[in-house]
Design a protein around this ligand. Structure first.
Ligand code: NDP
Length: 317
């Protein structure tokens, strides 16, 4: 399949595995890239020396292109950028910040830059900053997200109407039919996170993987909008946040309640009670832990099955 996204990244399928803190290290990124998609190392939870080690390991595990996700909130971002340039990582996905800050610098070093946005306004800003493509991420997505609650179903056509650069849809996509829907709405590719969390290669704790596959519709909610909006799996920590809102909490109290390292505690250390468990709505569809290769194969088969169905009577009206 050759389209704008497969050509931009030199990959076989326009399927990108999202950069996810504590979940997407080199093993997952390399497995997805080896299966023909684009794997991404999530650098937000990695100290600079850890990122360097992860890039080296990823290069040893795949000769195919892979990317690094660079959240701009990251405290040692200069060091991460230097490591990315030193090791000639071909593609960077920036997120959670102003796309103007790093795009030119990265592009001067021959790096393809993609920026993650949650609205038309930010999509236009990213295009103006000179990025090569955008990820437009809807409300359904797991983890950190926009405040406006625009769903992927609404966001993609709205962004497609305004921008000319390639669009990668994210949020709520976890099946082949979902990929077809996203492309139909105007995207050129998809970014998938939640489906790759319960894979053997994901670095998430097994408790978190099991919680993800056990989750059902309605088990996640977008919260902490006053700090950084985040979609979480409901647990005891989540209930404390909700109780705090019910008591008319302040931003200071919320910050104290969140504390430091909650995401690591939940997703990496497997504390399902006190940890922050970041996952998307679509997790309610998954019921088993698979290899990343199996996930990729199912996504591609599902996409072609859904495409074939478009010729059936159901669509003929
Ligand atoms: P916290 O401030 O609660 O904790 C920081 C965590 O990041 C700790 O677990 C720490 O590991 C780890 N860490 C890795 N490198 C560093 C470093 N250089 N300095 C300090 N801590 C580091 O943050 P969160 O857990 O909520 O978020 C972690 C990261 O996720 C953020 O730094 C940010 O980069 C990223 N993020 C991404 C977003 C996005 O992409 N949209 C949005 C929000 C956050 P240890 O416990 O081993 O010290």
């Amino acid at each position: 399949m050759k389209n704008k996204i497969t050509s931009l990244f030199s990959i076989d399928y326009p399927i990108i595995q999202a950069g996810m803190i504590w979940c997407s290290g080199w093993e997952l990124a390399a497995a997805v890239s080896n299966a023909g998609g684009l794997g991404i190392i999530g650098s937000g939870s990695m100290y600079p020396e850890i990122l360097e080690e992860q890039i080296i390991k990823c290069k040893q595990a795949t000769y195919k292109p892979f990317a690094v996700n660079l959240p701009m909130l990251y405290p040692d971002i200069d060091k991460h950028v230097a490591t990315i340039i030193k090791h000639k990582v071909p593609i960077v996905f920036t997120s959670a910040g102003n796309p103007k800050t790093w795009t030119s610098h990265l592009k001067e070093h021959g790096i393809t830059v993609v920026h993650v946005v949650s609205s038309v306004k930010f999509a236009l800003k990213a295009q103006e900053a000179g990025v090569d493509a955008i990820v437009a991420e809807g409300f359904e997505a797991g983890g950190h997200n926009g405040k406006d609650e625009t769903t992927t179903f609404c966001l993609i056509p709205m962004v497609a109407k305004e921008v000319t650069i390639p669009i990668i849809a994210a949020g709520g996509i976890g099946t082949g039919a979902g990929i077809l829907a996203a492309l139909t709405l105007g995207a050129d590719g998809v970014q998938i996170g939640s489906r790759f969390v319960p894979t053997h290669e994901s670095s998430a704790h097994i408790n978190f993987k099991n919680a993800v596959i056990a989750s059902k519709e309605g088990d996640t909610l977008l919260t902490l909008k006053e700090l950084t909006p985040v979609r979480l799996l409901k647990n005891e920590f989540f209930n404390k946040v909700q109780a705090s809102y019910a008591n008319g909490t302040s931003i200071e109290e919320l910050t104290t309640l969140l504390g430091r390292g909650r995401a690591k505690k939940g997703m990496f250390e497997g504390d399902l009670i006190e940890g922050e468990l970041e996952i998307g709505q679509v997790a309610g569809l998954f019921d088993k832990i698979q290899s990343a290769k199996e996930v990729m194969e199912e996504l591609i088969q599902g996409y072609h099955a859904a495409l074939k169905e478009k010729t059936t009577e159901k669509y003929n009206f």
